[in-house]
Design a protein around this ligand. Structure first.
Ligand code: HEC
Ligand code: HEC
Length: 341
């Protein structure tokens, strides 16, 4: 009996863990900002660790996730642009191929019940597979990705640090990436500081009246504090004859979901231009205009927008001032979220 225990003990012993050579320790911790609702994804079956986060970050910025090793997630989701694709209406993937939708800004993903403009992905741990497989994004398959990572001794060490041994699997890869994506919390904008009464931070008169109008006319859909109700809605933009994107109906096949798109969060909206699911609006001004007038009537047009949204020029100006307070400079320059490669 004693011998058997001894044998078991030896065989269960893990190899000594090799530390990631990168020096700083961040103290990776997920906290729910005060006065926010509870997140949907809480890392319950994917314990968040410093090493898991680091591996996820490296993978997020890894061009070997694409067929010709040129495109990473970070190519289309740039930190300075709120993790949107700055200045690109439709996303550009491998070989310069054009996608059919605008890359959304990424933040506070743990609160999203589903992902993509049409909600086609319902779990943060499978999200990464979609762009990898997409022929106009990364055009790669997961078997090749795993082989490429396995060929790199450094990755074997990083997987070992994160998961206890050097085995590289897609499941581990996606869990690590979910750790990085789940840590993209943006909760330190001027708006947040004013709401928290922090450091005597105050809105200007224009920002204050912008917020008042926003709460009357926008916040039903762009619900505080995440600035989305995560529902699918048709605001009545003309359907592009080229893209002919049916939105939510693309996933559900239901006629009454046609042209409905997920309400985007407006956090960091100033830097994440251009706007809308197809990037058709280069400025905030235009993004607001498509809500206020000329809404195309169809059976799925949101009832809230049947008469557009009446706004005076001054009100619109104030709303834009308010939207500027949603820029989170700490988030946009957080060194922990930068490309480590
Ligand atoms: C070629 C550009 C491109 C690349 C590369 C890319 N994305 Fe995206 N991403 C997009 C576009 C476009 C969408 C919206 C797609 C849709 O709605 O159908 C999107 C959507 C997302 C979303 C959903 C956001 C939301 O608000 O619903 C997440 C999360 C995301 N991408 C993460 C990633 C990860 C992780 C990778 C790397 C494995 C990646 N992306 C690679 C362009 C890209
Ligand atoms: C009926 C719900 C609804 C209301 C009310 C509403 N929006 Fe929107 N908003 C949406 C939807 C849905 C989209 C995405 C539409 C698309 O791409 O097809 C959107 C997109 C946007 C965008 C572009 C964001 C991006 O990242 O692409 C901005 C900016 C915006 N709205 C601001 C406002 C403002 C300001 C108001 C109030 C004047 C407002 N919205 C009222 C539903 C709404």
């Amino acid at each position: 009996m004693f011998i058997l225990l001894l044998v078991l003990n030896i065989s269960c012993k893990r190899d000594p863990v090799v530390k990631d050579p990168e020096p700083p320790v961040y103290g990776i911790e997920f906290t729910v900002p005060a006065n926010w609702p509870q997140p949907i994804y809480t890392f319950q079956n994917n314990p968040l660790t410093e090493d898991g986060f680091r591996l996820g970050r490296k993978l997020f910025y890894e061009t070997r996730l694409s067929k010709d090793n040129t495109i990473s997630c970070g190519s289309c989701h740039q930190q300075f642009a709120g993790f949107a694709h700055s200045a690109h209406t439709l996303s550009h993937g491998i070989n310069g191929l054009l996608g059919t939708r605008n890359a959304p800004a990424l933040s506070n993903l743990n609160w999203h019940p589903a992902f993509m403009w049409d909600g086609g992905v319902n779990h943060i741990e499978v999200q990464a597979l979609v762009p990898i497989n997409n022929p106009v994004e990364m055009n790669e398959n997961i078997t090749n990705v795993i082989a490429k990572l396995n060929a790199d001794a450094n990755y074997r060490i990083l997987f070992k640090n994160a998961f206890g041994d050097t085995v590289i699997t897609s499941q581990r890869m996606f869990k690590a990436m979910a750790q990085f994506m789940g840590m993209l919390t943006s909760s330190n904008s001027k708006y947040d500081k004013v709401m928290r009464n922090e450091n005597g931070e105050e809105f200007s008169a224009s920002e204050e009246s912008g917020l008042t109008t926003f709460r009357q006319k926008c916040a039903v859909c762009h619900k505080e504090p995440l600035f989305s109700d995560f529902y699918y809605r048709n605001i009545g933009m003309a359907v592009s004859p080229v893209l002919n994107d049916s939105g939510r109906a693309h996933i559900t096949g239901a006629g009454n979901d046609r042209f409905r798109f997920k309400v985007p969060s407006l956090r960091n909206v100033v830097v994440s231009w251009p706007y809308m699911h197809d990037g058709r609006c280069p400025s905030l001004d235009q993004a607001i205009d498509v809500h206020t007038s000329g809404n195309v009537v169809s059976p799925t047009l949101d009832p809230l927008l049947i008469n557009g949204i009446p706004l005076t020029t001054q009100e619109k100006q104030n709303i834009i001032s308010f939207l500027q307070t949603l820029t989170d400079h700490d988030f946009l320059s957080d060194p922990r979220l930068k490309n480590p490669n």
